[in-house]
Each structure stands twice: as C-alpha cells, then as structure tokens.
Design a protein around this ligand. Structure first.
Ligand SMILES: [Zn+2]
Length: 257
C-alpha cells in the first residue's frame, strides 16, 4: 500500500512519500525474487504465494510518474480514487500540511487505466463511512462506483475504505453496491481464505529498503503496537462518534491506524 511516489513532501508526510528511484528498486527487488506484482482484483482472481497486489490510495497527481515505473517494471497496480476530489486539492491532507496536493483529473485517470492500472473506488467524499448515517454512506459508495464506471468506461470491482474504517454495515453496503472486494489497512498479509471485504495491506514507506521487501511480503508487519491498536479500534470509534470528530486528519488515521 502506497500513497505517493515523488519528492518534496512536508516533513509530516515525508515518511509516506517514496522517492521514485527507491520505488523502482522496491518493485525490482520483488520482481527479481520471482514475484508477480499485479492489481488487487487480479491478485484475488488468481491467488498465489508469489503474487503481490500493489495498491495506491488517493490518486495524487504524482501517480502518473509511478505508472511509468510500474509499466517499465512489468507490474500492475490498483489505484483507489475518491471521486468527489478528482481534479481538486486533497483537503483532508491538512493534518499532513499537504492540503494543496492535487488529485488527478479524469483524463489523467483514463491515461492510467489505459496503461493497465486498475482504478477502484476510495468512496466519493473520502469520508469516515462508519460514522455516516446509513443512507448517506450507501449513497457515497454507489455514487463513487457509478462515476468511475461512467467516466472510465471500465468495470469497477474494488473498493478501499477511506482512513481504513469499516464496520459490518459498511462492508455489506460495499458488497451490495456491486464491488467484489474492499481494502482496509490491516498491516498484515491477507490470508487466501480471508474476507474479500477486509483485505489486509502492508504499508511501504519512504524508508522501506529494497532488501526488506521480500521479508515484508512473507512476514507482514504485525508488531505488538499494531496489534494493540487493532484491539482498541472499537472504543476509539465510539469516542470519535461521541465527540463528533468528523474530520480527522490522515496523520492520525490512514497510515497510522
Ligand atoms: Zn485515503
């Protein structure tokens, strides 16, 4: 799971941005070790010990450069886009001092799809779906899927929960909207028999060394801290709801939760 491949991130976001040269080396390390790097739907269609799904969240404009590197390395990927923010600035990134980051426009997204990258939904408004009234949550999910299908003319099979937050109600809304899979954060390897609507991911950061990539995809990143956070997720969700914290920053959420 990546967010940005580029340079010049704020100090708060730097860890989540991977330098283009390093990104190429990270991909190369797995390709050289015999792994097949594909999009999320392709990986679920043909699961294999040596298949790794590459995913990107948010659709920042620097993904155009990442696409070139992916294609050059013979790799696929899935990009998850929050449709309300297409061609706009990533306001939810204010916590990272990156609210001016631009999300790709529709023609750039078409270019990416034509290069063989799967484009999935990251919801419409990039909202905390688990805290929304159910009818608005369902509408957000459906709208994002319809917009992607209409504008890109391709099947939209995969979803990614904004900030990684989901509940049973959210998962069933995503399934009812016609998606075949959905990603959380998870910090782990997705078991073959695992829930396709709670696909776990590993976070690759700007300090993930190419030499560590193979260990990452075989061992995951289940540190005791991460396990503790997962156990405390439900109380935290209740706390958020009680305090109407509707606009948490990415800094607290997606990469760290
Ligand atoms: Zn996101």
């Amino acid at each position: 799971m990546y967010h940005s491949v580029g340079q010049g991130a704020s100090s708060a976001f730097r860890r989540w941005q991977v330098d283009p040269g390093l990104f190429a080396e990270q991909l190369g390390a797995l390709v050289d070790a015999g792994y097949r790097l594909v999009g999320l739907s392709a990986a679920l269609d043909e699961p294999d010990e040596r298949t790794v799904a590459v995913t990107f969240d948010d659709g920042f404009v620097d993904f155009l450069g990442a696409t070139e590197l992916l294609v050059a390395a013979g790799c696929g990927a899935t990009l998850y886009v929050p449709t309300a923010h297409v061609a706009r600035r990533a306001r939810w990134m204010a916590g990272y001092r990156e609210a001016e980051l631009r999300i790709m426009d529709w023609s750039e997204l078409s270019e990416v799809a034509a290069a063989g990258i799967e484009v999935g939904s990251h919801g419409h408004a990039h909202a905390e779906l688990d805290l929304m009234p159910a009818h608005l949550m369902r509408a957000d999910i459906l709208l994002s899927r319809r917009m992607l299908a209409d504008r890109l003319g391709r099947p939209v099979r995969s979803f990614c929960y904004p900030f990684g937050y989901h509940t049973r109600t959210v998962r069933s809304a995503v399934a009812s909207a016609g998606f075949a899979s959905a990603c959380e954060v998870g910090y782990g390897l997705h078991p073959r028999a695992g829930d396709a609507f709670a696909v776990r991911r590993l976070i690759v950061t700007g300090d993930t060394r190419p030499a560590d990539m193979r260990r990452l995809v075989t061992e995951g990143q289940d540190s005791p801290v991460m396990q503790l956070r997962r156990r405390t997720r439900t109380p935290w969700r209740i706390y958020r709801a009680a305090h109407h914290i509707a606009t948490r920053s990415h800094a607290e959420a997606e990469p760290g939760d």
